[in-house]
Ligand binder design. Sequence first.
Ligand code: CMC
Length: 428
Amino acid sequence: MQKVATISIGEKTVEMPVISGTLGQDVIDIRKLPAELNVFSFDPGYGETASCNSKITFINGEKGILLHRGYPIGQLAEHASFEEVIYLLLHGELPTEKEYKSFKHTLITHTLLHEQIRNFFNGFRRDAHPMAILCGTVGALSAFYPDASDITVPAHRELAAIRLIAKIPTITAWAYKYTQGEAFIYPRNDLNYAENFLSMMFGLRSEEYRINPILSRAINRILILHADHEQNASTSTVRLAGSTGANPFACVAAGIAALWGPAHGGANEAVLKMLTHIGKKENIPSFLAQVKDKNSGVKLMGFGHRVYKNFDPRAKIMQKTCHEVLAELGIKDDPLLDLAMELENVALSDEYFVQRKLYPNVDFYSGIILKAMGIPTSMFTPLFALARTTGWVSQWKEMIEEPGQRISRPRQLYTGYAERQFVPIEKR
Ligand code: CMC
């Protein structure tokens, strides 16, 4: 039997269907509200609003569960290559061996950038934040692939998706090379996705770059852990921009801009800055006192999440990976890791964090791994953007392919002046 929710305002009552997904909370379909009761719903920040149907990612924030197309994140991080996860997110199923081979070939043959794009980098200052370079360059791709602007053609959508996912490691690595004043390193067809990124980031023209399997495995895992996270701020931005029919390169550039903020993808960089600022374990109590003081504006970066009210499952894997990577790199005592673990322990037993269900999120440990791998702090968020491009593109494609898709257009509760009369300047 169809479940319904009933809402009454004064004499008028309306029944609204309650819709169930395969997992997770039911939703009330409120689309009849304005027509039947002349009201909108009010949900600033969309915290309690399902803005779309999606088959890609499921999160249970209370239990700390994250599934991609039904597969637990832990299993994917442990066993899959990033290319398999790209295929899974884009196409809905894990690839067969034959599909995998052909998909990897397709990806690797789209990694090069148009030579003209090299010139874009020169327009930036050498000290530009790589996220600024990423934002501008990804948006500029639309000028090189005007065929992608007819997104009604399925083959164009597919090609644009592949181009974005295949080229983003090249753009990200080149953004770094540019800020270092080093020559750009071109992608290599004999390397996988993670290896190629490392080679373009750390390789030099003057010698052959040898892949360190520890680093490439760690990057592979970090990419998987960041690949998608349902309707977060940047993904919703990509969907909102895409709902207008804008081309996918411009939409992903919008996603990169949204990711940049410290409350979202910028948190990994902020965590490392915070740990460096705290400096030593003895300073933890005074730092946490600041965090708990609402007037200080200081937050415990890498803690808390809009959806997870339990451990972020990605944080657990990240913490384990952090220990593995440091051990494999022969780093016995990392003062930042020690400090982070102590900070986590103190926070998790502090009433302030317990009461508010604040746990470490994916960004709490990722910075420590990236730093140990020699990746500079300013590249942490670009690496997140690199990984999330797969999620953005998959969500964009799903949205465009949804029957009856229309422009997203939230409403508002207006609290400004009622209508008033214009006053000429000399009388104001
Ligand atoms: N440090 C101190 N207090 C916090 C924190 C924190 N990191 N996070 C939340 N709170 C407090 C918040 O002040 C509020 O307290 P009160 O009820 O007394 O007003 C309570 O906890 C509930 O938090 P909220 O502000 O309603 O939570 P939100 O869903 O709006 O914000 C968040 C989620 C991730 C923006 C926030 O937890 C935060 O700013 N965390 C630090 C930044 C961070 O690590 N971001 C990465 C998120 S995971 C990666 C990603 O998705 O990009």
